[in-house]
Design a protein around this ligand. Structure first.
Ligand SMILES: *Cc1c(COP(=O)(O)O)cnc(C)c1O
Length: 357
């Protein structure tokens, strides 16, 4: 008799599934979700729009009208094509698969977004993490040295970076892009609504750059929609490994509808940017706490003891992310998602309990 132990790859057997903690009854500030829902009248109109969707049909594999609308709304340069993914997670997976020649490698700063490494490993690509500087800025010299040494297929630069929130210096990014002549540099702008800076206008200016985005952090994490803009020569190749019907009809219809109402989501992002500033001030005022500058809808914070902070907040029914074990540079760091004013007030009140009076 055959068992999974006989069939499954040893590295997969040794893994555990991506952990998603149960947040029932908790104030959920662990996953960079937008805490705001749609206004009731807009949700009702969306419902009516979705009622007209043909659930009996497969989705359009390359929905031309939706792609055109997305390009207009997100200011994608005319010279770029756009590829849609079931979240940017799927785009990362598609790129990894398409580049997985024997011996191919991936270079990215660490600590960084864990899916770069996981996707690389799933596709048998070697992952090389290049440590950030202690203040979480990009170590461009170390990145360039790693690129020279390893000639990676893919280089990821998250702009801003997760979990640090750092918006890397543009001149450093340019140096890395120039050094990565034999690589594709993927600029991941998942947090663009909170950064208000973007490489999208330059997405067609380099022959080795694509710009990746998602609607997840903008308030639509539930619909799973990521997109990537780049020169057609890149997009065309990655499209070949896309599962044919990867964006379901409800997601397509929701995106089509909400792209006409981006002002609502933009206003929510604007509120969260203001909340981020307020939260950063309040947390920084707590004794023994360091808040790092963030261009995302989250703050990386160093506390005296990350495990104690996590548990103390949990006792107050606030769920945050303890990232202290992710990388040595993150020692005693936790990541706080920016929530509503009320949620943030509860989080700050819980953090105050940590402070010795
Ligand atoms: C959250 C996040 C994404 C994931 O996006 P999905 O579209 O939800 O799959 C991608 N990149 C970074 C850096 C992120 O933090």
């Amino acid at each position: 008799m055959t068992t999974a132990q006989d069939i499954i790859r040893p590295d997969i057997l040794a893994m555990t599934s991506y952990p998603v903690p149960d947040a029932t009854g908790l104030i959920k500030l662990d996953a960079m979700e937008n805490p705001h829902t749609l206004p009731a009248d807009l949700a009702e109109r969306l419902g009516a729009h979705l009622a007209g969707v043909a659930l009996n049909r497969y989705p359009a594999p390359r929905p031309a009208e939706l792609l055109a609308k997305l390009k207009r709304a997100m200011h994608v340069p005319a010279a770029c094509d756009v590829l849609l993914g079931n979240g940017s997670d799927e785009l990362i997976s598609m790129m990894s698969v398409a580049c997985s020649k024997p011996g191919a490698k991936v270079v990215a700063p660490v600590p960084g977004f864990v899916m770069y490494e996981m996707s690389a490993k799933f596709a048998h690509l070697e992952f090389i993490g290049v440590p950030l500087k202690a203040d979480f800025t990009l170590d461009a010299d170390a990145m360039i040295a790693a690129i020279d040494e390893h000639a990676p297929a893919l280089v990821y630069l998250a702009y801003p970076n997760n979990p640090t929130g750092t918006l890397f210096d543009d001149a450093d990014m340019e140096r890395v892009i120039a050094a990565a002549k034999k690589s594709l540099v993927v600029i991941d702008e998942a947090y663009q609504p909170f950064a208000e800076k973007s490489w999208m206008p330059r997405a067609a200016d380099f022959d080795n750059v694509v710009v990746m985005r998602t609607v997840s952090k903008l308030g639509l994490a539930g619909i799973r929609l990521g997109y990537m803009a780049g020169r057609p020569s890149w997009i065309m190749q990655f499209d070949k490994v896309r599962p044919p019907y990867n964006i379901n009809v409800l997601t397509q219809a929701t995106a089509d509808f909400l792209l006409d109402h981006l002002d609502v989501l933009d206003a929510q992002a604007s509120d969260l940017r203001a909340q981020r500033a307020k939260l950063a001030r309040e947390v920084a005022a707590l004794p023994g706490v360091i808040v790092f500058p963030s261009a995302g809808n989250f703050l990386l914070v160093r506390v005296p003891d990350a495990a104690v902070a996590f548990e103390t907040l949990l006792t107050s029914r606030v769920l945050i992310k303890n990232v202290s074990k992710m990388h040595p540079l993150l020692a005693n760091c936790v990541r706080l998602t920016v929530g509503t004013a009320e949620e943030n007030a509860q989080m700050v009140a819980a953090l105050r309990k940590l402070a010795p009076n």
